[in-house]
Design a protein. Sequence first.
Length: 276
Amino acid sequence: MRLHLHLVSDSTGETLESVAKAGLAQFEDVETIKHFWPLVRSKGHLDRVLMDIAKRPGLVLFTLVSGEMRTHLEARCRAMGLPAVGVLDPVIEGLQTVLGQRAAARPGRQHQMDEAYFRRVAAIDYTMNHDDGQGADNWEEADILLIGVSRTSKTPTSIYLANRGFKTANLPLVPTSRPPEQLFRLSKPMVVGLTTNPDRLVQVRRNPLLSLAQAPETAYVDMDVVTKEVAAARRLCADNNWPVIDVSRRSIEETAAAIINLYNERAETHANGSAA
C-alpha cells in the first residue's frame, strides 16, 4: 500500500517527524511518501501547501498553534475528504485541564534559544572534542563517559546524548593496552560500559573489512579473541562497579534512554544522600 503523508508545521516539524515515525513503525508493507512542510506561518503559505495536498491526497498531520490557520486547514481537508490530525491536541488539552490555564499560542517555543538550548550546544561541542578517547585530561567535566570495545555504538550514542544536553566522552577499550589512569580517578561523570554479543560483534566488525577489500580473517574478527575481549571489558566494569548495557538488540535511542535512566537514578541517589 502507498501512503502520501503530509507533515504541516508552523515550526521545525521535528515533533511531527517523531510522531509519524513512531506511528508508521506499527505497520508493515506500507510505502510512505512523506511531504514535509515546515515553518508554515501565513495563510498564503498554507494555501500553497493545500494545493499540493490536493494533487497528492493522503493523511495530513499538523502542529499549528494559530486557531485561524488550524480552522482553515481542517476545513479544506474536510472539503477534500482527507483526514487531518493535530498530533499535539490531546497533550495540550490534558495539560490545560490539569494546569487550569490556556496554552500560549506561539509556534516553536520549544526551540527558543534559552539556557537549555545553549547547554545542548555546549554538550555537543564537548562531545565532539572527546570522542574516541580524546581529551582525557578534562573528562571530569563530562556528565557521562562511555567505555566499550570497538564497534559497540559508543560514538553515535554519545552524539545522541549530547543532543539531549549531556556532555559525553567515550573511550574504546583496547585489549593490548590499559585504559588511561584518569578513568579510574573520575568522581563527577557516570561511567557506563557498552557491550554486545560476540557473534554480533564479529559480524559488525567484518562488514567494513569486506567492503574495503581487506583481509577478513584477523584477530579483530577472530571469535575466540573477540569473546575474550568482551569478557575482559565486562570484568573491568564489574571490578569498578560501573553499570553495563548490552546494545546487541537495542537501537541508539533505546541505549541512550537506558543511560539517561541510570544517570537520573544516580543523581537522585546523590541528592537524597546530601539531604540526609
